[in-house]
Design a protein around this ligand. Structure first.
Ligand SMILES: *[C@@H]1O[C@H](CO)[C@@H](O)[C@H](O)[C@H]1NC(C)=O
Ligand SMILES: *[C@@H]1O[C@H](CO)[C@@H](O)[C@H](O)[C@H]1NC(C)=O
Ligand SMILES: *[C@@H]1O[C@H](CO)[C@@H](O)[C@H](O)[C@H]1NC(C)=O
Ligand SMILES: *[C@@H]1O[C@H](CO)[C@@H](O)[C@H](O)[C@H]1NC(C)=O
Length: 418
């Protein structure tokens, strides 16, 4: 069992400039790869889309006393309520498995209002989070979060939500390459995170060194990753941010990285996303044969990298949520979410149920919820940056305790309702 430092996290793409400098060495490798690029720019033949079918209502366990006549309740629609008596759900400074990239209080954030907001759906109440009840559900089971640093953000949140209920010595966290594992001995319950930002195999798969300037994916290769989570009882996927790099195309590799294939095809990022989602859905279709396995897909996590809407450069210095109902900003690509939804509808049509955790709208309101400059800065900051803090603010990830705790409360409501 190894206890290691938290690996370098992915930084938001705002701060990618900083990282860029440090990775010139890495770019040299990338450059040599690009020299080998083929000129074949033809796009892959489109696949027939499965006609979308209407969504089934979510089976969330809720206090429905205030719900609609049919007992349904859309937990994604609601408002943030300031509640300093029941929030936060745990102490950020007290969580022994906190990650420095989201430990805002530890890194100097002094306005703590961001920790005190509770999500209140319009038509019902979310069930109160009870770690013991969740652990009972997870007894002898394995839950795995699979995806990028936002998914890891959510995993750290879940670990903190659970760990404060477990005495020291009865819980462990171990890191093995792309896999981070949290285990509660008494329950033989495992809550893991597996790094795989594009879901399929890519040149971004190294859990530490993945800030490549040229992204290369293998359109149909997911097996190498899937073998790390194929035995899970609960799977929580995400993938979004890595397809959103402005002015960047995706390179699709035909052949394998190991055989040094140079057969590359350049596609638009959102087409790459579609290819990856299809590979993912094909894997689920051919490997998931029982509805005992619960599968979730987390909708996109919005960034607050552009602050025109509140008259600032970005999220830096924001201490209050946006209260305008229905607000959505420039950090969200709803087209991509529709791609994910149509693929998930297609799966449902073929008997595989993937529940979307619809966290986009509720997170849109929380321009105050990001680490901004209050996180471990992995690379020493320059004078220029220090003079202009908004230039290195992380407006992509989320402070903990904070917004991802609510994502997990919604996840919890689905898990305990089974
Ligand atoms: C997610 O929630 C928002 C806000 O309630 C809603 O507009 C959107 O249709 C939902 N998406 C899905 C896939 O349920
Ligand atoms: C909690 O919030 C209320 C209302 O904003 C305020 O009056 C009270 O002093 C706060 N309590 C603590 C302990 O911060
Ligand atoms: C512990 O849980 C794992 C699943 O994570 C399961 O495969 C294993 O059989 C369990 N062990 C015991 C002793 O129950
Ligand atoms: C691919 O390249 C690496 C590094 O240059 C080399 O060690 C390896 O043998 C090559 N593999 C094949 C199959 O040519």
């Amino acid at each position: 069992m190894t206890f290691l430092q938290a690996p370098l996290g992915v930084r938001s793409y705002v701060s990618s400039l900083i990282a860029f400098i440090s990775l010139i060495a890495f770019s040299l490798i990338v450059c040599s790869i690009s020299l080998l690029l083929s000129k074949d720019n033809a796009v892959l033949p489109p696949q027939a889309e499965v006609p979308p079918i209407s969504s089934v209502p979510p089976t969330v366990e809720l206090d429905r006393s205030r719900g609609g006549d049919d007992g349904s309740c859309d937990v994604s629609s609601g408002r943030w309520v300031y509640d300093n008596s029941t929030r936060p759900l745990y102490s950020g400074l007290g969580c022994s498995f906190m990650h420095d990239e989201v430990a805002c209080e530890k890194y100097g954030r002094s306005d703590l209002r961001y920790q005190h907001w509770r999500w209140q759906p319009h038509g019902c109440d979310l069930p109160r989070f009870d770690a013991k009840r969740l652990l009972e559900k997870l007894r002898g089971k394995r839950m795995v979060y699979v995806g990028d640093s936002l998914n890891r953000n959510q995993w750290v949140s879940m670990v903190c939500m659970v760990e404060s209920f477990v005495p020291p010595g009865l819980k462990t966290q171990t890191y093995h390459g792309s896999l981070m594992s949290f285990k509660v001995e008494e329950y033989n319950a495992t809550i893991d995170f597996y790094w795989s930002p594009l879901l399929v195999e890519s040149n971004c798969d190294d859990p530490v060194i993945h800030r490549v300037s040229d992204r290369i994916m293998r359109a149909n290769a997911i097996e190498k990753h899937a073998k790390h989570w194929a035995d899970a009882d609960i799977l929580v996927f995400n993938s979004y941010l890595w397809w959103k790099k402005p002015n960047m195309k995706m390179k699709v590799l035909h052949g394998s990285f190991e055989e040094n294939s140079t057969n590359l095809e350049v596609v638009e990022m959102d087409y790459g996303f579609k290819l990856a989602m299809r590979a993912w859905s094909r894997w689920l279709e051919s490997h998931i044969s029982t509805d005992k396995i619960q599968i979730f897909f987390v909708s996109l996590s919005p960034t607050h990298v552009w602050g025109e809407d509140w008259g600032k450069p970005n999220c830096y210095g924001e201490t209050e949520p946006i209260h305008k109902e229905g607000y959505f900003g420039q950090g969200s690509d709803y087209g991509m979410m529709r791609t994910a939804e149509s693929i998930i509808d297609g799966l449902r049509y073929r008997g595989i149920n993937v529940q979307i955790l619809n966290i986009t709208q509720l997170s849109e309101y929380r321009k105050d919820g990001h680490p901004s400059i209050y996180r471990k800065q992995w690379i020493p900051l320059t004078e220029e940056q220090l003079a202009n803090p908004s230039s290195y603010a992380d407006c992509t990830h989320w402070c903990l305790p904070g917004v991802p705790d609510v994502w997990n409360e919604i996840l919890y409501s689905y898990i305990v309702s089974r």
